[in-house]
Structures are given as structure tokens and as C-alpha cells.
Ligand binder design. Structure first.
Ligand code: LLP
Length: 381
């Protein structure tokens, strides 16, 4: 990980709020996944972080990409990944996604049966089934429960495969994804057990794609073992789609203390908030904090962002050394679903992103303020 001095140097040089990535951590995570899943194909879930510089690095290490929008599809191609290493996913795909995905030879994750009508005969598909189980994560992040919007119901899986075949599609196998930030590895076992009986019904499949969802401290070898077993029972090649696990630990968000304030509670006011990192507000996510200042005294604070919304808090009731204006705070595990979920709400330009790879390199410039209203100006003429 980057040292305190390196992080302070980055804040000084590039300003805050700032996303900082460490290429060594990224490569280490990729290699851990590659090792644990030797013989499987890895598709990075690009929604977790779609910075081109990260994508290119992954592509060079042999990864493909799972994409969920026309924009992600175009960007994956722009990063140079061949179409046959792309999975086109999403519950509500657009005509543009069907057209370009087929043109480049991508595989589609069929999320409902009427998608058959939008694809030409011969298109490569895997059929997403909903394993229908409760998993150990935030309700927003569970995707494999009976009431969720994803996939075909487990009871219709065999019929769905047959119908897709009847429609002339090149049906390569099955897909399931139980959710994100799964805390308990037993959830994966349970999901595979739920679909295991299908092996008798559908026979041999080319592919079993078990999605992503690995927690940051996941026992990869353990997950790999049960995933390979599940694939074997179908005689299938194993595909996986990790997002968070590959990128989260490689990134941090740097923010500066603007001041402190006391109402009924004590606040540290920061120059980053919900517009730069939405996860605390949206999921109650607790990112580990590292203050880059020292003080003999500590206190308990809520960490507040600059937005005029009461929910704009990055943490509640955390003990930190008493800061002074300008001190730098590090929010860790921000490489996944951090920068990609930032917004320009309140006409705030999105933060810059830099990567350490022997030296710091800007991999996304701070958003230019004038460009935020460029499209509105263009609409005048
Ligand atoms: N495959 C599919 C079909 C997915 O829907 C997802 C994530 C993944 C793979 C990757 O999951 P991961 O390995 O990253 O857990 N914004 C939320 C996370 C949403 C995840 C959505 N789908 C967050 O900030 O925690």
C-alpha cells in the first residue's frame, strides 16, 4: 500500500477530492484470482470501475469484461478487448446493445425469455437463472432472491434453455449471480446446490457462469473449489465475473478537512461527500478510515460532506484525532463502485483519478467545470 507521505504528496500535487489507485495492489488481486481460478474464464464486472487505464491493465492480464450498458460495451471495445471476451448483461438491454454485441461476437446473458426475439439465430447466449435464496448482504446487493428482478425463475430454467434453443440461439449454458459483497461463503455453496439438479435435466453444458460477489476477504480457494465442482457436474467450463474483489482494495479516496462544527453532534466537515462516494449514503457502507494527521486528543465525530442534504455523511460516530483545517483523510476500499458512482449533483466536477505505478500518473483528469454546462449551451444554438 501507498505510504502516508505518498498519499500526502498526491493530495498536494493533484488536489482533493482525489481517487488514488495502487497498481501493485490491483495486479496482486488480479493474479490471486487468476491463480485460484486457473482453468476458468474471468470476466471483470466493469461496473465496479470502468477507468480505461484499469481496463487495459486487466485486458493485458487476460481478463474479459462483463458489461451492462451500451456505454460499457463501447468502452470495453475501446480498451481493446476482443468481442468474444465480452459478456453483455442487463435486465433491460437496448437495441443498440443487441446489435453491437452480436456484431462483435459477444455472449449475451439472457435475463428473460422474450429476449430471444431480439437476437438473431446463432447468437451466443447463456441463460440466467434465479437461484432463489436469501444471502448475507445488504438488501440492495442481493440479486438471487425469489422477489428480485433478475433471471428466469429456477422452476422454469430447463424450459427456458429449450425455448432459447428452439429460437435458434447458440445456447452455451447457464448463469447465476447471487449478489454482491457476500459475507458468508456458504451462500455460494447453497446457490450451487439449488441449481445442481438441473444437471440431470439439461445434461451437458458448455459453460456454467457463477457471476461475482466475492467479499473482500473471501476465501477464494474455497469459493473456487465449490464453483469448479458445480461446473464439473454439468461437464461445463467455469466462468466467473468478479468486480469488487479485483479493484476495491487498490483504490482510496483522499479528502481534506474543511472544518469542524458542533451541534447536538460533533462533525468533521470534508470536501468530499455523497457526490464523490455514494456508498455510505446508499448502503450504509463503512469504509475504513485513515487520518493522515496526528493529535494527542481524539473525539467522536460524524463525517459530513459538502452537500445540503442531511444524509450526506461518510461515517457516523467514529473516533478520530482532533483535526485542523486542511488535514487529509483517507477512505479505504474505494476502488470499486467509488469513482464510477460519483455524480455532478450540485454542479460539482467529478474528482481526478491518479495511479501509482512507480510514480503517480493521472488516469482521469478532474472534470472540467465548463464542460458541465457545455451541453446546455449547445442546446441554445
Ligand atoms: N455479475 C453480475 C451479474 C452483477 O450484477 C455484478 C454486480 C457482478 C457480477 C459483480 O459483483 P461484485 O463481484 O462486484 O460483487 N454498487 C454496489 C454494488 C452493485 C453490484 C451490482 N452487480 C456497491 O457499491 O456495493
Amino acid at each position: 500500500m501507498l505510504s502516508r507521505d505518498q498519499l500526502l504528496q498526491a493530495a498536494e500535487t493533484y488536489g482533493t477530492p482525489l481517487y488514488v489507485y495502487d497498481a501493485r495492489v490491483l495486479d496482486d488481486r488480479i493474479q490471486r484470482a487468476v491463480q485460484a481460478f486457473q482453468g476458468a474464464r474471468i470476466f471483470f464486472a466493469m461496473k465496479a470501475n470502468s477507468n480505461l487505464h484499469l481496463l487495459r491493465r486487466m485486458k493485458e492480464q487476460g481478463l474479459g469484461f462483463e458489461v451492462v450498458s451500451y456505454g460499457e460495451l463501447r468502452k470495453a471495445l475501446h480498451a481493446g478487448v476482443p468481442g468474444d471476451r465480452i459478456l453483455v448483461n442487463g435486465p433491460a438491454k437496448t437495441p443498440e446493445e443487441y446489435a453491437l454485441g452480436q456484431e462483435v461476437g459477444a455472449t449475451f446473458i439472457l435475463d428473460r425469455l422474450d429476449e430471444c426475439h431480439f437476437l438473431n439465430p446463432g447468437a451466443k447466449v447463456i441463460v440466467r437463472v434465479n437461484p432463489e435464496l436469501h444471502v448475507s448482504t445488504h438488501s440492495h446487493l442481493a440479486t438471487g432472491e425469489a422477489h428480485s428482478k433478475f433471471g428466469v425463475p429456477l422452476g422454469h430454467a430447463t424450459e427456458a434453455l429449450q425455448q432459447a434453443r428452439n429460437a435458434g440461439l447458440n445456447v452455451r449454458g447457464l448463469h447465476l449471480h447471487i449478489g454482491s459483497a457476500i459475507q458468508n461463503p456458504e451462500d455460494f455453496r447453497e446457490a450451487f446446490e439449488k441449481v445442481a439438479h438441473l444437471a440431470d435435466e439439461v445434461g451437458h453444458l458448455e459453460v456454467l457462469d457463477v457471476g461475482g460477489g466475492w467479499g473482500l476477504n473471501a476465501d477464494l480457494e474455497g469459493i473456487a473449489k465449490i464453483a469448479f465442482e458445480a461446473a464439473q457436474s454439468f461437464g461445463a467450463e467455469l466462468w466467473v465475473e468478479p468486480g469488487r474483489f479485483l479493484v476495491s482494495e487498490s483504490g482510496v479516496l483522499l479528502t481534506r478537512v474543511v472544518g469542524t462544527k458542533e451541534t447536538a453532534r460533533k462533525f468533521i466537515l470534508l470536501d468530499a461527500g455523497m457526490t464523490e462516494i455514494l456508498r455510505p449514503m446508499l448502503y450504509g457502507a463503512q469504509h475504513p478510515l485513515q487520518p493522515l494527521w496526528e493529535s494527542k486528543q481524539t473525539d467522536h465525530y460524524d463525517l459530513a460532506g459538502p452537500a445540503c442534504e442531511s444524509g450526506d455523511l461518510l461515517a457516523r460516530n467514529v473516533e478520530l484525532p482532533v483535526p485542523t483545517r486542511g488535514d487529509v483523510l483517507v477512505l479505504e476500499q474505494a476502488g470499486a463502485y467509488g469513482a464510477v458512482m460519483s455524480s455532478t449533483y450540485l454542479t460539482r466536477p467529478r474528482p481526478a483519478e491518479v495511479m501509482w505505478d512507480g510514480e503517480f500518473r493521472v488516469i482521469r483528469q478532474r472534470e472540467n467545470l465548463e464542460r458541465l454546462w457545455e451541453l446546455e449551451l449547445a442546446a441554445e444554438s
